[in-house]
Design a protein around this ligand. Structure first.
Ligand SMILES: Cc1cc2nc3c(=O)[nH]c(=O)nc-3n(C[C@H](O)[C@H](O)[C@H](O)COP(=O)(O)OP(=O)(O)OC[C@H]3O[C@@H](n4cnc5c(N)ncnc54)[C@H](O)[C@@H]3O)c2cc1C
Length: 401
């Protein structure tokens, strides 16, 4: 980052934040709170919609359940942050500009890139044409409409990761007449302890979800899915949750990205090729002592806060501190009345402790509901956003480099 403290005494330092998801919102609120009084930075947040997408509830939206309408401009009111609703179509990392909806160009001194990730609907043929996804609120609503009209038949959920599990359970519970089939390479709950995983699978069975593990979908057809080996499963609806894909904008801008297209960061969350760009949330490849972080809300929000704090440090002529994060839980809903919470070591490996049943339901709901009030608290008290597990010895290796 160019020395902002000397260069912009009269002109405020322009910070553009791309994406108002969990990470981008955390960055915007945190940064606005910290620079508001001094007025040495102008913060602009760009997002595709005014409404905050609670991705953690998209499986609920997809099954016709109403979720709160959370307005980003309303939350930003009084913070001094400018909100731009639009679709980012290009980043020019050399000219330090961002193109919005093809016809507007915004300039920045520092960029925070938080465009998130979506399920990979491009790799397996037919997914893009025939499968539903939970890639946006609109996608979830489309599926909700289809399920409501369906009455009976089969719904195949492709992908036995957490989104696939939660979606299959939710569909089976809300539509008991439907035949729900969960397909995946791995057994659902494979990353949990054997006890927690067994509980999860028995809950899926109780809900009537048919689990097929160790299978790979090769093609999605208008009325079936085809598996390796040629077997087909006839289905009315396919929901695709497998794999992750990020926006191609970072790679197209010439930023150094990993094999999945995520921006590779230094210890301070700055792009290794363009240090005036910070990358946060699912769109960033952030190495920790244990490995590169995988996308979660629990890790995404701290990255946003850390990027904001680092920018403020740079504005005051100080170096960013290394980012450290350790996982602490994997909460999984199994419909509205059951769940499993697997507590984890900082590297995301399972601890012995887990919760199930009603207490897990309450825990999961508390976690899911917490980001929005957290943003509200940060608006009044930025320092309240700075608490998260740093990972202890699991992340110390990198911090001491
Ligand atoms: C059903 C489901 C359940 C989940 N449950 C959990 C859970 O229990 N715990 C957990 O930790 N994680 C969970 N996750 C994962 C979690 O939602 C993500 O890790 C998290 O949303 C990442 O935050 P982010 O800010 O990086 O991206 P996002 O929250 O996806 O935000 C990105 C934002 O950028 C916007 N955007 C993207 N491209 C553009 C563009 N070109 N122009 C303008 N705007 C754009 C998007 O509209 C969005 O608002 C779940 C995900 C799903 C789908």
């Amino acid at each position: 980052m160019s020395a902002p403290s000397e260069a912009h005494e009269a002109t405020p330092h322009r910070v553009l934040i791309l994406g108002a998801g969990y990470a981008g919102m955390a960055a915007a609120i945190q940064l606005a709170g910290r620079v508001k009084r001094r007025g040495d930075a102008q913060v602009t947040l760009i997002n595709a919609q005014d409404r905050f997408t609670e991705r953690l509830r998209l499986h609920m939206t997809a099954t016709g359940q109403r979720v709160a309408e959370l307005s980003i401009p309303e939350l930003l009111d009084g913070t001094g942050t400018r909100f731009v609703r639009g679709w980012v179509t290009a980043v020019n990392a050399d000219a330090r500009t961002v193109r919005v909806d093809d016809d507007r160009v915004l300039h920045y001194d520092t960029l925070i890139y938080g465009l998130g990730s979506v399920a990979d609907t491009e790799t397996v043929p037919g997914v893009e044409d025939y499968a539903y996804s939970l890639n946006s609120f609109q996608d979830a609503e489309l599926l909700a409409g289809r399920l409501a009209r369906l009455g009976s038949g089969t719904v195949v959920v492709g992908g036995s990761g957490l989104t696939g599990i939660e979606s299959a359970a939710e569909i089976a519970e809300q539509y008991p007449k439907l035949n729900v089939v969960l397909l995946g390479r791995h057994e659902p709950g494979a990353t949990m302890t054997s006890k927690a995983g067994a509980y999860l699978r028995s809950a899926l069975e109780r809900l009537g979800v048919q689990v097929r593990s160790g299978v790979e979908v090769t093609k999605v057809l208008p009325d079936a899915v085809e598996l390796v080996g040629g077997e087909t499963i006839a289905t009315e609806v396919v929901l695709w949750t497998s794999g992750t894909r990020v926006s191609p904008l970072a790679a197209a801008a010439g930023l150094t990205v990993d094999e999945r297209g995520r921006i590779v960061t230094d210890t301070g969350l700055r792009s290794v090729s363009h240090p005036q760009v910070y990358a946060v949330g699912d769109a960033a490849a952030i190495a920790q002592g244990y490995r590169v972080m995988h996308g979660t809300c629990q890790g995404g929000m701290p990255t946003g806060v850390h990027a904001a704090v680092s920018i403020v440090r740079a504005l005051r002529g100080r170096q960013p501190k290394p980012f450290r994060f350790g996982y602490y839980h994997t909460p999984v809903s199994l419909g509205r009345h059951d769940g499993v919470v697997q507590f984890t070591h900082p590297d995301d490996s399972p601890r012995r402790l887990h919760l199930t049943g009603r207490i897990a339901v309450r825990y999961k709901e508390t976690v899911t509901a917490s980001p929005w009030p957290t943003f509200g608290r940060m608006k009044k008290m930025p320092a309240s956003g700075a608490f998260w597990p740093r990972g202890g010895r699991f992340t110390r290796i990198r911090a001491s480099r």
